[in-house]
Write a protein that binds this ligand. Structure first.
Ligand code: PGA
Length: 253
């Protein structure tokens, strides 16, 4: 099964834009046979209800883009996993590079958030990836191993198995630069080895691994199919349903 995750980020601000998007999304996905695959659309928390009511259909699941690690209480401005679950979200992106960059989120924070997601029966989509400096300095592998190891502290085998890991090189997110299939394959091997060390070979084999960063339909072969990953995490191209569905089709065919 392949997972195709769209991350709308902070877009589609007007209700008119969202209605148009949902109508187009439904039209574009109408004839898709998704039995083998799954589309997950991660929308702004404030728009969750509208999306779950209108688009939570067939094999299209809805997720959030971030959660707080506590379930409820005096945490001004935060949104909990429990709140997302209450709006019928099924997934939550955790540790996205934009959260790390603009809000100083760490892999330790992600660890707490992954636990909060499980407490509330949400599936976490955990993002890891190196910066350009780390890549150029030959420290990419070390950075990714650290991000994985810190975020999985205290998680059981069955929890680890259920986390979806998205390898998103930070230099690729929003940049139109993508790694080669070989570079992605090397990262896949490294991430699997890390899970084999933290858990065992079985978990390493079963963990779902996505690629994210400037994904377009024409790159799907290079970034997902050739290196044998389980799907993609799509930012900008998910903002136009037609382009997003092109990616889904490229994965299916
Ligand atoms: P992008 O974003 O596809 O626009 O590069 C990917 C992401 O941030 O997940």
């Amino acid at each position: 099964m392949k997972l195709i995750v769209g991350n709308l980020k902070m877009n589609l601000l007007s209700s008119k834009d969202r209605e148009k998007y949902i109508a187009e999304f439904k039209k574009e996905t109408k004839d898709l046979k998704l039995s083998e695959n799954r589309i997950i659309l991660c929308v702004p928390a404030i728009h969750l209800e509208g999306f779950t009511k209108k688009l939570h259909i067939r094999d299209i699941a809805i997720g959030g883009q971030n959660i707080f690690w506590e379930d409820e209480g005096s945490y001004t401005g935060e949104i909990s996993a429990k709140m997302l679950k209450g709006m019928e979200a099924e997934y939550a992106i955790i540790g996205h590079s934009e959260r790390r960059k603009y809000f100083g989120e760490t892999s330790g924070d992600a660890n707490l958030k992954i636990k909060a997601a499980f407490r509330n029966k949400l599936t976490p989509i955990y993002c890891v990836g190196e910066t350009l400096e780390e890549k150029n300095g030959g420290n990419a592998e070390e950075a990714v191993i650290r991000q994985v190891s810190e975020a999985f502290i205290g998680l059981s085998e069955s929890q680890a198995r259920a986390v979806i890991v998205a390898y998103e090189p930070i230099w690729s997110v929003g940049s139109d630069k993508i790694p080669t299939s070989d570079e992605i394959l090397q990262m896949k091997i490294l991430i699997k080895k890390t899970f084999a060390k933290l858990y065992n070979a079985d978990i390493a084999e079963k963990i779902s691994l996505l690629y994210g960063g400037s994904v377009k339909a024409e790159f799907v072969q290079q970034v997902c199919l050739k290196p044998g990953l389980d799907g993609v995490l799509v930012g900008r191209e998910s903002l136009v349903p037609k382009d997003f569905v092109k990616i889904v089709k490229a994965i299916q065919n």
